[in-house]
Ligand binder design. Structure first.
Ligand code: SF4
Length: 64
């Protein structure tokens, strides 16, 4: 699994960081970013849930 966030699309709703705080955080501008080293989802099924919960579909989960 490979997780990425398109910050051009993210509106900073914060859903992802709430849903999967072990994978996502928010930067100083409130936009989501994947925590360093957690791009593989950290073995958490919540990463996929966070992608579904994003209101603007800014999160991509690619199978590797
Ligand atoms: S849920 Fe989507 S819009 Fe909200 S912070 Fe996360 S990536 Fe951005």
């Amino acid at each position: 699994m490979r997780i990425s966030v398109d910050q051009d699309v993210c509106i900073g709703a914060g859903q992802c960081a709430l849903t999967a705080p072990q994978v996502f955080t928010q930067d100083d501008d409130g936009l989501s970013e994947v925590l360093p080293g957690r791009e593989d989802g950290h073995g958490s099924p919540l990463a996929r849930e966070a992608a579904r919960a994003c209101p603007v579909s800014a999160i991509t989960v690619a199978e590797s």
